[in-house]
Design a protein around this ligand. Structure first.
Ligand code: ZN
Length: 93
């Protein structure tokens, strides 16, 4: 009984995702995500760590801007790269 209820909600959720939910492509890995997911990891980061991660991403993707967004997986891997490498020398422009 519980299973049935769960299946019904899942189906509903799946149907809803076809309606307007805007989608975006992660510019870093080219996968499709809900637009919200491309901005949430950046928005929820603290300012200091965000600036740093943005810089790291721009080393690899010079045309990337914060407002282009990034999926959680990409964001986290670049954030970790920033911390572990002690942030390679990046010229602040
Ligand atoms: Zn990505």
């Amino acid at each position: 009984m519980y299973m049935t209820a769960k299946a019904a909600t899942f189906e509903q959720a799946e149907e809803q995702s076809w309606i307007p939910l805007p989608e975006g492509i992660c510019p870093l890995c080219s996968q499709v995500f809900a637009l919200e997911l491309l901005h949430k990891p950046i928005a929820s980061e603290n300012t200091k760590s965000r600036d740093r991660t943005v810089q790291v991403i721009q080393v690899y993707h010079p045309h990337w801007l914060e407002e282009h967004g990034a999926c959680t997986r990409c964001w986290e891997s670049y954030r970790e790269a920033g911390w572990t490498r002690g942030l390679i020398k990046i010229n602040r422009r």
